[in-house]
Design a protein around this ligand. Structure first.
Ligand code: AHR
Length: 510
């Protein structure tokens, strides 16, 4: 049994924006079609074409923010293909990540906006820079957001929506350094400036997301590790046209999706932990290069694990699925990796404006898997659900003391904590990253002397590679956790190896 002490500080770091719990839905494989959308005539129970089971699960999670329609797909997407009567929408070639599909466009702008209403999410729309035009993106924004009488707003009304949706967040390209046109940073900066300047005329309130890049690209990719600095430097005073700088982080060094060994288990958790480092480095670049008069924030608008079986590039000594359909197993290890990464996202909540886990159903690190009419809530779903009390709360500083270290020299136990903005409740989420040693964890809440333990739940399974499969009994699910009261706002829990837990507290203040 390893021992750890978690001391939760009293002074908030900042607000954990609900946007940090964002999702990502791309027209790719079985994410949008099959996973979300089955059409109103489907035998699968649905609400206006969207699977009822998936809608209910996402609503409960919660899912406060969602990016659509890509990803690389958005760089081939022309929004006019997805409006008007369904029967008149022509199918086109859907392309992303080497997957080719016939896109019926049954799921278009109106349908996606309806989906956002159903799950209670704020939409984030990704615009097309590589094969689109400034005019096309301005038109989309006018169609979606304008309340002025115009041919486009009349068309919106004729298609069933009189009032504008007022979508705030718009992406200007996606991975423009590769699938979004293979621009260099300077050329993209010139493109971005033109798009952003004209979009601001159409909707001055639009929050624009510019394409940044992970600063440690694979050497064989030939990508520019200085992209972010070069892009912002080229913009110069026009950096004020950037509200959010997008970076993507996929963990690719954890070996096989299910048949991993102990060192590969730790490698994935360590990589997940490193997500915070990317945010810190990106922030240092923004601070060094962008004019301080305009505060650019970081959009981690794709993140999560991408196992080797589900890709045809990058490290991993395992057979690859052909063609790679980006579908992969989702184990307890993946759920723990999400919890580890969220600790860092909470700590960076003052500079990180959004985070969108890739992707929402069936593809990559999906919280939900479907198989025909069947559904499974993955371990990742349950890990996110255990973070519910942190959404919109104040992040609190946490100090962990534990003698036991794991590879990567991290403490075996780690934690994150928050307090509701009105101070009436708080929560601590702890992760025991150890492969096979259970942990006894003492928690001291320095800012909540009157805290009373409330709902507390544990997520674990017999093995770190346990999965949940549609149509089969769940192996990984939350269960109640006993909390021992030690007095003086101090509590103790015992949790197994490879597990995580959230302990909620009620408080009547100091
Ligand atoms: O999420 C899958 C793909 O990963 C996205 O389309 C792209 O943006 C990224 O490379």
């Amino acid at each position: 049994m390893l021992e750890a002490t978690v001391t939760v500080g009293a002074e908030p770091i900042g607000v954990i924006s609900p946007r940090l719990y964002g999702a990502f839905a791309e027209h790719l494989g079985r994410c949008c079609y099959g996973g979300l959308w089955v059409g109103p005539d489907s035998d699968i129970p649905n609400v206006d074409g969207f699977r009822s089971d998936v809608v209910a699960a996402l609503r409960a999670l919660p899912t406060p923010f969602i990016r659509w329609p890509g990803g690389c797909y958005s760089e081939h997407y022309h929004w006019r293909s997805g409006i008007g009567p369904a029967a008149t929408r022509a199918a086109s070639l859907g392309m992303s990540c080497g997957l080719y599909t016939s896109d019926s466009h049954a799921l278009g702008t109106h349908e996606f906006m309806r989906f956002c209403e159903l799950i209670g999410a704020e939409p984030y729309l990704a615009g097309n820079v590589a094969t689109g035009s400034v005019q096309e993106m301005c038109d989309w924004i006018e169609y979606v957001n304008s309340s002025t009488d115009s041919a486009l707003t009349r068309e919106r009304a004729a298609n069933g929506r009189l009032a504008p949706w007022n979508v705030k967040t718009w992406g200007v390209g996606n991975e423009s350094w590769d699938c979004g046109g293979r621009f260099d940073a300077v050329t993209y900066a010139h493109e971005y400036r033109r798009f952003a300047r004209m979009i601001r005329d159409v909707d001055p309130r639009a929050e624009l997301v510019a394409v940044g890049q992970e600063d440690e690209p694979l050497p064989e990719s030939g990508l520019d590790p200085e992209w972010n600095a070069r892009f912002l430097e080229t913009l110069g005073p026009a950096a004020g046209l950037v509200d959010h700088l997008s970076v993507h982080k996929y963990w690719i060094h954890g070996g096989p999706e299910t048949d991993f060994d102990e060192s590969q288990y730790y490698a994935l958790l360590d990589e997940a932990d490193g997500t915070e480092g990317l945010i810190e480095r990106t922030w240092r670049t923004i601070e060094a290069v962008a004019p301080p008069s305009h505060r650019i924030r970081i959009a981690l608008d794709e993140w999560g694990v991408w196992h080797p079986e589900a890709r045809d590039w990058g490290p991993g000594d395992v057979p690859r699925r052909r063609p790679p359909d980006l579908e992969q197993a989702n184990t307890l290890r993946d759920a723990l990796a999400v919890a580890v990464a969220l600790e860092g996202l909470h700590r960076q909540c003052n500079v990180l404006s959004m985070a969108n886990l890739a992707q929402v159903v069936n593809v990559l690190q999906a919280p939900i898997l479907t198989d025909g009419p069947r559904i499974a809530l993955t371990p990742t779903y349950h890990a996110l659900a255990l973070h519910r009390p942190h959404v919109g709360a104040h992040a609190l500083p946490v100090q962990v003391e534990a003698a036991t270290r794991i590879p990567g020299k991290r403490t075996a136990v780690s934690a994150t904590a928050s307090v509701a903005t009105n101070g009436s409740s708080g929560a601590v989420t702890i992760v025991n990253r150890h492969w096979n040693a259970p942990a006894e964890v003492r928690m001291r809440l320095t800012g909540m002397p009157n805290a009373r333990a409330g709902d507390s739940r544990l997520l674990t399974a017999d093995a770190p590679n346990a999965v949940n499969v549609p149509g089969e009994a769940e192996q990984v699910f939350p269960r109640p956790l006993e909390v021992e009261v030690l007095g003086d706002a101090t509590f103790r829990v015992s949790i197994p190896a490879h597990s995580m837990a959230t302990i909620e507290f009620a408080s009547n203040g100091r």
